[in-house]
Write a protein that binds this ligand. Structure first.
Ligand code: PDD
Length: 283
């Protein structure tokens, strides 16, 4: 079914959407993005995504395409026009159109594209079965805190996982897990939730921030530090978070079952809290 997408100020059927071949997003991956989930037609943590977008743009000296209020309006309009009850809104900003040059061109108008996807997020099968992950070397660039569209290595990682009969890959740098291909990674040992601390090494997940806050409010102990694959394999539970998976249990790593080999109770509890709270706070 054809969608209505947003391109540079216009709402158009997807077949009619046009981007220049000189767009720097296309030529150089000179662009950033956000993915915001939708539940019951409402946006989850829009403010967090808008703030991170602003940070990504600033880090790359890229102009903002419009105000946050205008962005919210566009998100809502697209959700309404495409009758999205559950799914996501994808947003991309690039530096815009210019003759190919490595140096940033001056005064280009940023390109702004948004589209929606219908997706079952709450009742996803993986939430009840859990997912299997493999570990791979983290070969991405060093500024993973900026949410750029250069996603080729994560895509390769996902394919390596599929080839191994698994669902995703956890990336490892200097012996410690950084994050999943498109999610943040956690283990639980003796009731303590362990996840890598924020730095340039990982994306500062919006779901991560919310889940850690809910965990602390529920009196769970959170330890922000690196952990190894061996430590993860010996953990009681493991899980991932992202805007499109919420909290999803991980049941095996490199073929080794985590805990009982089934989704763990704390991960499932966190998922429940996250879904409940997000529903309440959606706008
Ligand atoms: N990915 N780490 C990476 C590398 C990611 O790409 C993502 C999100 C996350 C989780 O961030 P958040 O909780 O803000 O979604 C962590 C999105 C969902 C994607 O690329 O589709």
């Amino acid at each position: 079914m054809s969608r209505i997408v947003y391109v540079n100020g216009e709402y158009v059927p997807e077949e009619e959407a046009r981007i220049s071949v000189f767009d720097r997003g296309f030529l150089m991956a000179d662009g950033v993005y956000e993915v915001t989930s939708v539940l019951k037609g409402k946006l989850i943590d829009f403010a967090g995504h808008a703030k991170r977008l602003e940070r990504s743009l600033n880090e790359l000296d890229m102009a903002a395409p419009c105000t946050t209020d205008e962005l919210l309006e566009i998100h809502r309009e697209l959700v309404a026009r495409n009758a999205v009850t559950e799914g996501l809104v994808y947003l991309q900003v690039t530096r815009g159109v210019a003759d190919r040059d490595f140096a940033y061109p001056k005064d280009t108008t940023p390109t702004l594209v948004l589209f929606t996807q219908h997706k079952t997020v709450v009742e996803s099968p993986a939430a009840s079965t859990g997912i299997k992950v493999i570990s791979i070397e983290d070969q991405r660039w060093g500024r993973r805190d900026i949410k750029t569209v250069q996603l080729l290595y994560p895509a390769m990682g996902k394919m390596m996982a599929k080839a191994a009969g698994c669902d995703d890959a956890w990336m490892v740098e200097e012996g410690a897990v950084t994050e999943g291909t498109s999610n943040n990674a956690y283990i639980i040992k003796n009731g303590r939730i362990i996840t890598r601390q924020l730095s340039n090494d990982i994306l500062h997940g919006i779901t991560r921030a919310a889940v850690l806050k809910f965990a602390e409010e529920a009196q769970m102990v959170v330890e922000e530090r690196p952990f190894t694959i061996a430590e993860a394999q010996g953990a009681d539970e493991a899980f991932i978070t992202s805007a499109t998976t919420f909290v999803q249990p991980v049941v095996s790593i490199d073929g080794v079952e985590i805990g009982s080999g089934a989704p763990g109770p704390l991960a499932l509890r966190l998922r429940e809290i996250y879904v409940d709270q997000s529903r309440k706070q959606a706008i």
